[in-house]
Design a protein around this ligand. Structure first.
Ligand code: ADP
Ligand code: MG
Ligand code: MG
Length: 889
């Protein structure tokens, strides 16, 4: 039979799948000899068993009872013992941290009798009754399903009656009365009495924590963070220690380094005379750890030492939760802490410099998504006046949006396409949907460890918290700054999560320090050293990666920028962009040409324009390969819109004049060329095979550009890529024409033009017949956008908005297959094509040029599948370099 319970002394850090992150780390701290209140962990396996059957797993209670006895024995008293009760916390803790998303119940074991015992042994009657009323409230709302608001209202009524503003002014007698009110409330709402049996409290609390795995906000959080729905949560049962026993007690959270900047040194918030939840909730304003040093130097020194132990042991930034009970320090939680992108880079290089980790480990600790975030623009405040307010820079970045004052409004406006900033006094887990919908979160209370800060940091969302100068009025839906400025709902504000400043109105954006550094090596703006850390880790990635990184670039400017970002060539140069703008007229003329000679004339007019485009790109990428794709989209995309034409003709007729004959001709052409499914119609290689002269013109332009660059002393390396091939015969015929033109240009110019000819693999049939296609192709480039469309039968332009969010909700996939390569389906086709292509032609060069080429997860797949390079947009090039390096570790 499965074993469902592990004592803290029996677990380890590497058992997080079974014990959850919190349980595994509590066990690890126990093993390290740190002061952890004793307890045990009920496994995620028990949770899964419970969730699948809806009933308590067989034998679970027997195991829990045995472990409880052990805890009681060490404590020398029994759970809920009337004269001196042992109390327990029952804490959720899943494999992946989900801050505040699931439930924790404190003070289990109190009842009408043991509350008197607790009052006596603690010598603090008020504390005992406050703990009891907290238990009734938590237990009733989490286990018995009573709305928490009922209890809040009862507290509010009592305070009004007593004429006091703060909970702390309620006396022991008041609180005892409140417990009575609460118990009546429970009975009224549920028809059941609050359970007096400590064992029953424990048993039901454990099952309720299991059930909280499927609570609404936990599900939402998992979807957003791509955490699987079937993992389940562990439950930690632990002896209570009390931070609310008076001024020599308290509770806090701390980080071994600053999680916003990565700067070394303890960082944290402490709240005297409080239970842990109070710190994170931002209910009262916290003090710093430096203040704690004055309040209780002994505990502070011990905390420091323990945190150093933890950082050296985990070899990473740790965050912890601790409680001081009458001068005794207890460690209640630790984990490798969430951090901003900036801090991730700073910490990784910092730990490497300290010799705690190797440079490869440092590389493994950062990710492409974080790097991408550092490349986002920041505010240019040179022309901007003073900020409205300053708060704590809790999660960096620049965000502009309309101020909104609750989660629902944020969701509503964001769904309508508006950018919003969620403004609250403090956030709670209920605000999660609004936080996801918003560009930024702004709070007037709470520290860098408050709920808003922790959750925003985890999501990479901009956050400024604790902007105390702001008076936030949720009812009136506005806030007032200290200079009297009133910001009503809907007004645009700018929030700078890197400095903590909040501005009225939109502030313009400018390049980030990391972009400046990547573009031109300038470190002027790099006040935090993050650009230096990025440079070092990119250099490390470059030295270990096997995948080359190229860029998708259609213009010399893009090619040049990509090269500055480290691109090793162009993997996709689209030529259709070169038919737009003023050249449209020529393309229209070509399409409308009624005979061979007319068509040749228009093509001849296009030729020098295309040649100039190619010359520019080959110059920008001199010495590096440039893969040029022959024209791909259906030709009617270059014709005017049908409705516009029809309206023009109808207007002319209504005026009694003759319509422009060109419009009539164009309309006829549009109608003739109409396709029901253009994506599957006359495009790609099919165009080259049926439209005479088109491909020849493009190839001639490429070849002549190569000649021009060669004569100018350059080393042009053009490669010609044929799109949308499904059968080797298509490629064979097209290739003959390509070679004929290359040969012709070589002969006429006296410069030997050699361009490798390859194809895109973007149809399932191409992947499945790759062995044959490779006989005619010198290279393959996976067009994973079209390959995803054609494998799934999804029209990208239609499906994403129509039903992808429903598919994500239902768990059909956990990320859009257009963002992250679908390994099982599309990935399988990629592997087949790689294997069969290389079997037919061992020196076949293989790359990918779909947008997946810059997606971190997909880059790892392409590395594993044995590709030679990935190609992505210029801004993703550094991301792909970093991930290609990480994939090779
Ligand atoms: P979360 O995962 O939301 O952080 P926790 O299980 O850590 O939830 O519980 C929240 C808070 O409850 C903790 O930060 C701590 O302050 C308090 N708490 C939990 N267990 C105990 C305990 N055994 N003694 C005292 N306080 C506790
Ligand atoms: Mg916690
Ligand atoms: Mg394509």
């Amino acid at each position: 039979m499965a074993r469902y319970v592990y004592d803290f002394t029996q677990g380890r850090r590497d058992m997080a799948d079974l014990l959850g992150g919190k349980g595994a780390n509590l066990a690890e701290m126990t093993r390290l000899g740190l002061p952890v209140p004793p307890g045990f962990t009920v496994t995620t396996e028990a949770c899964r068993a419970y969730l699948s059957t809806g009933g308590e797993p067989a034998g679970l209670w027997r195991e829990i009872s045995a472990h409880l006895t052990a805890v009681e024995t060490t404590a020398g008293r029994l759970l809920g013992q009337p004269d001196d009760p042992l109390l327990l916390s029952v804490r959720s803790g899943a494999r992946f941290s989900m801050p505040g998303m699931m439930e924790t119940i404190l003070d289990i074991g109190l009842n009408d009798e043991s509350v008197l015992g607790l009052a006596k042994v603690s010598g603090n009657e008020r504390f005992a009754w406050d703990s009891y009323r907290r238990l009734v409230q938590m237990f009733a709302s989490i286990v018995m399903g009573v709305e928490s608001a009922h209890f809040e209202r009862a507290i509010g009524d009592l305070k009004a009656e007593r004429g006091v503003r703060d909970d702390v002014h309620l006396t022991a007698g008041d609180l005892a009365g409140l417990v009575g009110t609460f118990k009546e409330l429970v009975h009224r709402e549920t028809g059941e009495y609050f359970p007096q049996s400590p064992a029953e409290q424990l048993r039901r609390a454990v099952l309720a924590v299991f059930a909280s795995w499927n609570g609404e906000r936990a599900r939402l959080y998992r979807r957003r963070e791509h955490i699987a729905d079937d993992l389940g949560t562990a439950v930690n049962v632990q002896r209570m220690v009390f931070g609310n026993l008076g001024p020599d007690s308290g509770s806090g959270v701390a980080f071994t380094r600053d999680p916003a900047t990565g700067r070394p040194g303890l960082y944290g918030d402490y709240l005297p005379d409080a239970q842990g939840e109070d710190v994170v909730a931002g209910i009262r304003n916290t003090v710093t750890l430096t203040d704690l040093e004055h309040l209780d130097p002994g505990s502070h020194a011990r905390l420091r030492a323990h945190m150093e132990t933890l950082e050296r042991h985990y070899r990473d930034l740790c965050d912890i939760e601790f409680t001081i009970e009458r001068g005794t320090l207890w460690m209640l939680q630790t984990r490798v802490g969430k951090r901003t992108a900036e801090a991730a880079f700073a910490i990784a290089t910092g730990l490497a410099d300290e010799g705690l980790i190797t440079s490869d480990e440092a590389l493994a600790r950062v990710g492409g998504d974080q790097l991408a975030r550092l490349m986002f623009p920041r505010f240019d405040t040179s022309q901007t006046g003073d900020p409205l307010a300053r708060g704590l820079p809790a999660s960096p970045g620049a965000a502009v949006g309309a101020a909104v004052f609750d989660s629902a409004e944020a969701v509503r406006r964001a769904a309508a396409g508006e950018k919003v900033v969620l403004v609250r006094q403090e956030t709670t887990p209920d605000d999660l949907p609004g936080m996801i919908a918003a560009q930024a979160v702004l709070t007037s209370r709470g520290g860098k460890t408050s709920h808003a800060a922790v959750v925003a940091r985890g999501m990479g969302k901009v956050c400024v918290c604790g902007a105390e100068e702001l008076a936030v009025d949720i009812e009136q839906r506005r806030f007032t700054a200290s200079d009297g400025t009133v910001v009503e709902e809907g007004t645009v504000v700018s929030v700078d999560g890197s400095t903590g400043s909040v501005y009225a109105g939109p502030v313009p954006l400018t390049d980030s320090a990391v972009i400046r550094f990547l573009e031109n090596g300038s470190t002027d703006e790099d006040t935090t050293g993050v650009a230096d850390a990025v440079a070092r880790l990119l250099a490390r990635a470059d030295s270990v990666r096997r995948l080359e990184v190229r860029a998708n670039a259609d213009t010399p400017e893009d090619a040049a920028r990509a090269r500055r970002f480290g691109a090793q060539g162009v993997g996709l140069c689209r030529t259709e962009h070169m038919f737009l703008g003023e050249r449209r007229k020529l393309v229209e003329a070509m399409i409308l040409a009624c005979d061979e000679s007319e068509r040749e004339d228009t093509l001849a007019a296009l030729l020098p324009l295309q040649r100039a485009d190619f010359t520019g790109i080959l110059a920008a990428m001199d010495g590096l390969p440039v893969t040029i794709r022959l024209i791909d989209p259906p030709l009617h995309e270059f014709l005017p819109d049908r409705t516009d034409l029809a309206v023009r003709i109808a207007t002319a007729e209504a005026r009694g004049t003759l319509p422009d004959p060109r419009d009539t001709e164009l309309l006829a052409a549009v109608d003739r060329m109409h396709e029901e499914n253009p994506m599957l119609g006359l495009r790609g290689v099919r165009l080259g095979l049926v439209v005479p002269g088109l491909v020849a013109m493009q190839v001639r332009a490429i070849a002549e550009a190569v000649v021009e660059r060669t004569r100018a002393g350059g080393s042009p390396r053009a490669e010609i890529m044929v799109p949308l091939v499904g059968a080797v015969e298509e490629l064979r015929i097209e290739r003959e024409e390509v070679e004929r033109v290359l040969h012709d240009v070589s002969r006429k110019s006296g410069v030997t033009v050699h361009c490798p000819v390859g194809t895109m693999i973007e149809l399932p049939r191409a992947a499945l017949t790759a062995g044959r296609i490779a006989k005619e192709a010198e290279f393959f480039s996976f067009g994973t956008n079209d390959l995803t469309q054609t494998t799934w039968g999804f029209s990208r332009d239609d499906v994403e908005a129509a039903f992808f969010s429903a598919y994500l909700d239902k768990g059909i996939f956990s990320a859009s297959p257009f963002e992250t390569l679908d390994r099982d389906g599309v990935g399988r086709l990629v592997r087949i094509a790689v294997d069969e292509g290389r079997a037919a032609r061992p020196d076949l060069k293989i790359g990918v040029c779909g947008e997946h080429g810059g997606d971190p997860d997909s880059v790892h797949f392409f590395h594993a599948a044995g590709l030679d390079y990935v190609s992505c947009s210029p801004f993703r090039v550094p991301v792909a370099r970093l991930e290609a390096g990480r994939a090779a570790l």
